[in-house]
Design a binder for this molecule. Structure first.
Ligand SMILES: Nc1ncnc2c1ncn2[C@@H]1O[C@H](COP(=O)(O)OP(=O)(O)OP(=O)(O)O)[C@@H](O)[C@H]1O
Ligand SMILES: [Mg+2]
Length: 402
């Protein structure tokens, strides 16, 4: 039985002896090799590229899976290379006040308080205020803008399928921001501008979050807003920035918190809402490496049954039993959640009860989605609202400057 080798040898021998000269075979082999070589090279190159793509996709998937795993760090702590805030992030310590009004609990008055603070600072303190609406529901936008302006913006977003808040978090620049902020409507509000938001913000946020998880962005999207707001152009154009956050840690909310000097946490004074303050404080601590300079300016009671008055001690006494309990609970959950926090986050406290916002129909939606503080009337409830926001505004300033 001949082995394969001897068979191959015999075949070769027969080919050579079947009328072809040695050199003819060699030339033929050379021609075939010359023709096949580039095809093989291309094939190998393609295989190599496919292999690289598969490896890179599997790394991206591992990153995404690791981030959302039960024991993972969470979406916004997914490791990134390089993990570095923008060069101008150190400016945050010298920044104009950038205040985010946030709480992961919905319906506690974030938007109402943001809008009235914008009015307080623009009217009473004559500051140039930039308001940013980061909730895709666009409630702040509808409170601050005239109906005509809202219609124009709605048309613009329908045509371009993006809103200004979307553009700001995704591709905005300081030059762009200077030219697109819309005028806030209302007497005395000439110095206030707003970056409005609509439903398209949700789509942009989701896309950016997935791109982030899959490591498909060349920049660290958690700091895009801070690099714009800390630019000289914006810092010299405004005296204060107020951001209305949604009740979720969305892409825009993360950008707001990394860009902020401080956060105001409104809460309703009941036991469930007090627990929610602890939950939010936990998240602020867990993500603290993202915002090492952020301070909690204060936890603010909203919709108290009575107007609690200007005297801080007396205000505590005027609370009803449920509110008084929640007040103590808020203090406890805050210190518990922030026990292991470092830096400014540790010093969080409640605002004095004299700055808590009473439940007033004039502040609610029944008022026609307008800003009570800027109301043309001087009724007693409106005056009380102005007084309490003036106290709150002063307290925020004291805490910022402390
Ligand atoms: N002090 C107040 N007195 C009366 N009504 C209030 C007061 N604060 C807020 N409201 C009303 O409570 C509702 C919720 O307020 P708001 O929209 O400001 O909350 P939010 O925290 O921004 O909600 P979301 O989480 O949905 O963004 C609104 O109808 C608002 O008008
Ligand atoms: Mg809101």
């Amino acid at each position: 039985m001949p082995t394969d080798k001897t068979l191959a040898e015999r075949l070769l021998h027969e080919i050579i002896n079947s009328g072809f000269d040695d050199w003819t075979v060699r030339v033929a082999a050379l021609v075939i090799a010359t023709l096949l070589a580039p095809i093989f090279a291309k094939l190998i190159y393609r295989l190599y590229n496919q292999f690289r793509k598969i490896m890179s996709a599997s790394t991206r998937l591992r990153r995404a899976e690791g981030a959302v795993a039960k024991d993972g760090g969470g979406i916004w702590l997914a490791p990134t290379i390089p993990m570095a805030p923008p060069a101008n992030y150190t400016q945050l310590k010298r920044s104009i006040p950038i205040l985010t009004v946030a709480n992961l609990k919905g319906g506690v008055g974030k938007t109402t308080i943001s809008a009235n603070l914008v009015a307080h600072y623009a009217i009473k303190k004559e500051e140039r205020v930039l308001a940013i609406d980061f909730d895709y529901q666009g409630s702040l936008s509808s409170m601050l803008l005239s109906e005509a302006e809202q219609d124009t913006l709605y048309q613009e977003q329908s045509d371009s399928r993006t809103c200004r808040a979307s553009y700001l978090i995704d591709r905005g620049t300081d030059i762009w921001l200077q030219s697109v902020a819309s005028q806030v409507q209302g007497a005395g509000l000439e110095r206030a501008k707003v970056i409005p938001s609509f439903y398209s913000l949700a789509g942009t946020e989701n896309r950016m979050m997935i791109e982030w998880l899959l490591n498909k962005r060349s920049n660290d999207i958690r700091y895009s807003l801070s690099s714009i707001l800390l630019s000289d152009a914006i810092q010299s154009r405004y005296d204060r920035i107020i951001i209305d956050a949604p009740p979720r840690l969305t892409t825009a909310c993360i950008q707001a918190l990394t860009a902020s000097t401080s956060v105001v946490i409104p809460t309703v004074l009941d036991s469930l809402s007090a627990q929610a303050v602890g939950t939010f404080a936990d998240q602020l601590r867990i993500h603290q490496q993202l915002w090492p300079n952020l301070r909690i300016c204060g936890v603010l009671g909203n919709m108290t049954a009575k107007n609690l008055g200007a005297d801080p001690e007396g205000a505590v006494e005027k609370m009803n039993a449920v509110e008084a309990d929640a007040f103590v609970n808020c203090r406890d959950v805050l210190s518990q959640s922030l026990q292991t926090a470092v830096g400014p986050l540790r010093d969080a406290a409640l605002f004095p009860a004299s700055t808590f916002i009473p439940d007033k129909i004039e502040l609610g939606r029944a008022a026609g989605e307008r800003i009570a503080y800027a109301s043309p009337t001087n009724s007693q409830p409106i005056q009380q609202i102005r007084d309490v926001f003036d106290r709150l505004g002063d307290e925020i300033d004291n805490r910022h400057n402390a």
